[in-house]
Structures are given as C-alpha cells and as structure tokens.
Design a protein around this ligand. Sequence first.
Ligand code: ZN
Length: 221
Amino acid sequence: MDRLNQAVVFLGPPGAGKGTQAKELAKKYGVPHLSTGDMLRECIAKGTALGLQAKPIMERGELVPDSLVLKMVKQRIENADCSFGFVFDGFPRTVAQAQYFGELLKRCGYTQPVVVHFAIDPALVLKRITGRRMCKVSGEIYNIFERPTKVPGRCDNDGGDLEQRPDDREEIVAPRLAAYAKQTAPLVAYYRRLGRLHDVDAAQSVEEVSRKVLEIVRAPR
Ligand SMILES: [Zn+2]
C-alpha cells in the first residue's frame, strides 16, 4: 500500500466539503483522520486527565484554551497509529497553533504539514449551507439549490417533511463565515510563506476535488 508518510492539514470554511475529503483521504491511506473536536470528546468519554480538565470548560460553553488543545494534539500524534502520517481537519486554527504544531512535527520526524486549502467564494458556501434541508423521517440531506426533491418540501424516499436545521440559518451561518475568514487569513498567509499551502478550488465537484487533493499529497517534495 502507498504510504502517506506526512502530516496533511485541511483548511477551509464550514460547508466547503473539507470534512468529506479529509475522511476520504485518511481512509485511502489507512491513517487517522483527526479533529480537535473529536479528540476532546474522546478524552472526555475516556475520562483521561486532559478530558477531566476540558469537560467543565466545554460544559460552560467556553473555548478550551490553546495550552490544553496543544497538549492533547501532542499526545495524539505521538501515538503509534500516526507514524505513517495523518490527516488533520480544521487544526491548526491560528498562527500560534501552527508554530507550535511545526515544532511538534519536527520532534516527531515530520516536516511542516502539507496544507490543502479549500478556496471558495463565501457567497457560494452560504448558498450551500442555507440550502440544506433534512428529512425529519430518514435524516436524508437535500439541497434546494443543488439537490432539490421532486416535490418541494417532501423527501423523495418516504415523503417525510423536510426541515432546515437551526444552525444552517443565514443569520447563524453568515457571521460564522465572516469570523472564519478573519481568523484564518493570517494562517493562510503563514503557510503560503512557508511554501506549504496548496489551493484547491472547492467549488468543483467532489470527484474533481478528490482528484486534486491526491495530486497534491502525491507530489514529490
Ligand atoms: Zn426521508
């Protein structure tokens, strides 16, 4: 089997399809697909020392501090299952995290990560997210713009009512996208300066984006 043998980071706004792509790439190479959200939930479920520290903070709805997140990332990537590479989805989020991550990777014998940047017009992402509708019966996801049902408001499979999830409403999504863009711009610039950033046009089809992602991670460097 092909080995990934590198740290790959997927960077992009919510709704750009990076989660799907990160999962697919990790599966293809048989390496872990990591996100700090999943890692935190796992630490809490297992009752690890870090989990016990993070739990009350998350329960209060507060942001888990960098020091804790970074400790958790360190422990996770030192795990044996990460020795042939791994795919990080949505981490690092800031330049400070990226700097620490770079040091950490060096100590683990890795170079700086290959960063796959999902570039997409914010207006298109907004349309993708606000257009989502979920069947109340089966949970099937449709999209009024990209994947409409035969009868508006009704699931094609079971005729169930379609609903918009509260988090997909424009008044929730638009500020989140704006905050994301503001927070991520310095990170994008940082990795671009290091020559590690690779742009992918995330407006393309899932298949086209997958092809491009593979091309990037397979490129000799
Ligand atoms: Zn349905």
